[in-house]
Design a protein around this ligand. Structure first.
Ligand code: BTN
Length: 306
């Protein structure tokens, strides 16, 4: 199956036809249509994967990189890779996403100027442990940015901030069957050279880019390699069930723990209190104004932290 995938994707700069795809995969019409739609404007190696690979010290993350000019969402392409038997650690990159996905069903603006990346994982874990992969990814992003002398912090559950403005978002999608996980897609969007002036007013205010913060053009391939190196290291800890080590780093990089926060619950109710910690499922523990301890899951939404 892996060979088929490579054959399909190595058709450099050609648009895949439905006939090609049918010949290669034993999959039905609807799946082929979906795959071709995802592949979109198929032009492989738009962001040079050779350069990225030169900077890798990993054993499996980023050994296969599929780099596109334009797709709907790198997470969706990574899901297809999972289905077609691509190896764990395969990476999908795109210069543009036309339907970039954000958390809580939001659209993620993905024009040129960002790093839009997904990693396909096949961890042998129970689904309840999957949220820890998101926390681990946040730690890997912060380590990467701190390696560039950028003071990045994590806002619970998984926004990465610089000077209180969001520079990176993480969307993890887990495909679980019964009580086991088939695959997890970790999607990371980093505003590297993004011109934040092009964003809508409500987004612009709270968003920054690495270029804004450093006043310099950012070498994206280097960040991608460094991030993939950091990611594999922490994901290995996850696979070894060393959750405490991940949580220790997360807590130390978090801007939320120790702050007074307001959380919006799904039905609109606002909770206020001190964020005193996260438990080992990534659930935020809030000490409410009346002293009661309350667990807050990541579906809820942090709207203010002082
Ligand atoms: C958030 O809402 O903060 C999460 C945003 C995640 C965006 C990334 S960009 C690469 C990957 N592909 C997507 O469609 N979404 C994620």
């Amino acid at each position: 199956m892996k060979k088929s995938m490579q054959k399909l994707l190595s058709k450099n700069k050609e648009k895949m036809s439905e006939k090609d795809a049918k010949g290669i995969f034993q999959i039905d019409e609807a799946e082929i249509a979906g795959f071709l739609k995802e592949i979109g404007n198929y032009e492989i190696d738009y962001i040079p994967s050779k350069e990225i690979k030169k900077g890798l010290t990993t054993e499996y993350v980023g050994k296969e990189i599929y780099s596109f000019h334009e797709v709907e969402s790198t997470n969706s392409v990574a899901k297809f890779l999972a289905k077609f038997g691509a190896p764990e650690g395969s990476v999908v990159l795109s210069e543009i996403q036309t339907k970039g996905k954000g958390r809580r069903g939001r659209k993620w603006e993905s024009p040129t100027g960002g790093i839009w990346l997904s990693i396909m994982l096949k961890p042998m874990i129970e689904p309840s442990k999957a949220p820890l992969i998101t926390l681990a990814t946040g730690v890997a992003v912060v380590k990467t940015l701190r390696g560039m002398n950028i003071d990045a912090r994590i806002k619970w559950p998984n926004d990465i901030l610089i000077n209180n403005k969001k520079v990176c978002g993480i969307l993890t999608e887990t495909n679980a069957k019964f009580n086991s996980v088939d695959h997890v897609i970790v999607g990371v969007g980093i505003d590297s050279n993004l011109d934040t002036n092009i964003l809508a007013d409500d987004l612009r205010e709270g968003t920054t880019s690495l270029r804004n913060e450093t006043q310099a053009d950012i070498e994206e391939t280097e960040i991608i390699s460094n991030f993939l190196n950091e990611f594999e290291e922490i994901y290995d800890l996850f696979k070894e069930k060393k959750f405490d080590e991940i949580l220790y780093d997360w807590r130390r990089m978090s801007q939320t723990i120790g702050s007074y926060v307001e959380i919006k619950q799904p039905l609109g109710k606002i909770l206020r209190g001190n964020a005193v910690g996260i438990n080992n499922q990534g659930v935020l523990i809030l000490e409410l104004d009346n002293g009661e301890l309350k667990k807050v899951i990541s579906g809820e939404y942090l709207i203010r932290e002082d």
